[in-house]
Design a protein around this ligand. Structure first.
Ligand code: MG
Length: 247
């Protein structure tokens, strides 16, 4: 069963998305060489507290932090620590909040200082793949139209999409049905309907799509050690087309 959101639920999810994107913008501004991922996490926690809402990730299935900070070859679920970011790194920042019982989820990959052109292109392609995937989130399209659009664009650009981790429905829960893979066949999957809200989140690797989990039980890294990027928005399927709640 895919929950279709009521008008009132959509109103709350819009507010959840608005607050989260404001928090993300503030976090983006502090990313520079020399900051540690733990400092970023502490700032995120204080911003979330300031807004009077709750972090969605902390404690979720035992995740120990407010944000996921994934550096370079880390794909997702990087755990904030005393790791200092350095010039040339890329940082994927993933945050979710619980806004009075309504969830939103967003991720971006940011350059730390000056980065090389290959990483710049990886970030640009991942960001664009999300944008064109979102364009498919329309009534009467199929779910995998989103997935296929993302995969085709990424692979055309010489990169690969991660298979082990996928996007998801979102609303009264952080993770709801359906799963939203970043690969698949166009014209397949469920028919999209007004009121569906999806967290669409391409994870794109420069090399192989294969991933491994580190010994901490959380952090996914690329098997070949090459960098990975991640962008995510919470998106509502509406009568007027896709509405990005975390824009
Ligand atoms: Mg997500």
């Amino acid at each position: 069963m895919i929950p279709l959101k009521s008008k009132e639920e959509l109103r709350m999810l819009r507010l959840a998305g608005k607050v989260l994107s404001k928090i993300m913008r503030e976090l983006e501004r502090v990313i520079r060489p020399g900051i540690t991922t733990l400092e970023i996490d502490q700032l995120a926690e204080s911003l979330i507290k300031r807004e009077g809402v709750l972090p969605a990730f902390k404690g979720y299935k035992g995740f120990p932090a407010t944000v996921c900070t994934s550096v370079n070859e880390e794909i997702v679920h990087g755990i904030p620590a005393n790791r200092m970011l350095k010039e040339g790194d890329i940082l994927s920042l993933d945050i979710g909040i619980n806004y009075f019982g309504y969830f939103s989820d967003v991720a971006v990959t940011l350059p730390v200082g000056r980065i090389d052109s290959a990483k710049r292109r990886l970030i640009a392609v991942t960001k664009k793949s999300l944008a064109i995937g979102i364009e498919q989130a329309r009534i009467n399209r199929r779910l995998f139209d989103i997935s296929h659009t993302i995969q085709a664009y990424v692979e055309k650009n010489g990169f690969s999409v991660v298979r082990q981790f996928v996007g998801h429905g979102i609303g009264r829960q952080l993770h709801e049905e359906p799963e939203v893979p970043n690969f698949g066949n166009a014209g397949e999957g469920l028919i999209l309907k007004a009121g569906m809200v999806l967290a669409i989140e391409p994870m794109v690797n420069m090399g192989t799509w294969e991933a491994e989990i580190l010994e901490n039980g959380w952090t996914a890294v690329t098997k070949d050690g090459l960098p990975s990027a991640h962008f995510e928005h919470t998106v509502a399927v509406t009568e007027r087309g896709p509405e990005i709640l975390t824009a």
